[in-house]
Design a protein around this ligand. Sequence first.
Ligand SMILES: Cc1ncc(COP(=O)(O)O)c(C=O)c1O
Length: 416
Amino acid sequence: MDIFKKIAKNRGPLGQHSKAAQGYFIFPKLEGEISNKMKFRGQEMLVWSVNNYLGLANHPEVRKADADAAAKWGLAYPMGARMMTGHTKYHEQLENELSDFMQMEDTYLLNFGYQGMVSAIDSLVDRRDVIIYDSESHACILDGSRLHQGKRFVYPHNNIENLEKQLERASKLTNKSDGGILVVTEGVFGMSGDQGKLKEILALKEKYEFRLFVDDAHGFGTIGATGRGTGEEQGVHDQIDIYFGTFAKSMAMIGGFLSGNENVIEFLRYNMRSQVFAKSMPMPLVFGALKRLELLRTKPELRENLWKIANALQKGLREAGFFLANTNTQVTPVMLNGTLAEATNITLELREKYHIFCSIVVYPVVPKGVIMLRLIPTAIHTLDDVNYTIETFNKIQKKLKSGVYSEEDEGIVAWK
Ligand SMILES: Cc1ncc(COP(=O)(O)O)c(C=O)c1O
């Protein structure tokens, strides 16, 4: 079979919807400054879809730091991979400041979060080792594990009893192979908003030998007393073996970092293929990250605002009878029962009538018959935004129960 003929027929799980959904449900264009209000197809919307958790995207100091660094350095410098010609004292400074903030021995910068996670997992294990990961893990954890040539086991989401079974199985194998075990989990699960049970996972170290790698993309900067993330929130920060944070969420930028002990980070520096064989992070991003980290560290009011909004939103929705799954973080999934047609019509009505833009998640990400409206509160939302949204969701819920949204594909036809 010719590859191009094959992909012409099978467009993939999302691609199969491209004709019906592109430009509206998939690849929508949000315009204007990144904020609580942005434009979509010319109409101002209240946006609950952007992971600008601390509202840093348009903070004046951030915009100035970004612009000044771009004017001074351009986007090229430094050229080459860090190891060859792409290293500077500023990259090192950013790594040192991140290590200080994270209270970990050392840090390694990543050009991209997703690729960094894939590559870090890949570089840490060899065919004698076993990877064990949570079933609801982000694609970067799944893909990193797929590169692994040894065994990989999965445990049902946050099921510690089952994790223990997998550790038992894995230990039998590694005892024979003389390999090790790497357990990987998200700190904050980005879809459902619940936290990985780091404390319970780490308690298993008393019985089993393994290392814990935490992808805290959504926890870095948002939770824990000082924003150090899920480990800090659960009182086990100092027991995490390798910590991953992204710059693409609370820092409103791109890139990420890995923190851990000196020995491990030194190993990653020399072995992570996504960094060794790729150009170094350009200067405006390095200076942009330094400024964002400074604000994240010195302005706790940003995190407090995020939590004021997140708490009000979740309290209001729960009081109105909505089920928010097991979230115990800012990520706010509103779970409804309905079909794909109903999900489509709800999205359409939210955007066209109420001018609310949020992400809608359907099968296969959630089970068939479930609709997840995923709301991302940020520090720059207002309590008015919250109240308006709760009122609107009440109206939507009533209409959904009355069956009004069930007409097949009406929504898709209507927006075109
Ligand atoms: C849990 C998790 N890990 C990793 C990533 C990838 O991060 P980045 O966007 O920095 O590539 C994401 C982003 O969606 C994420 O949610």
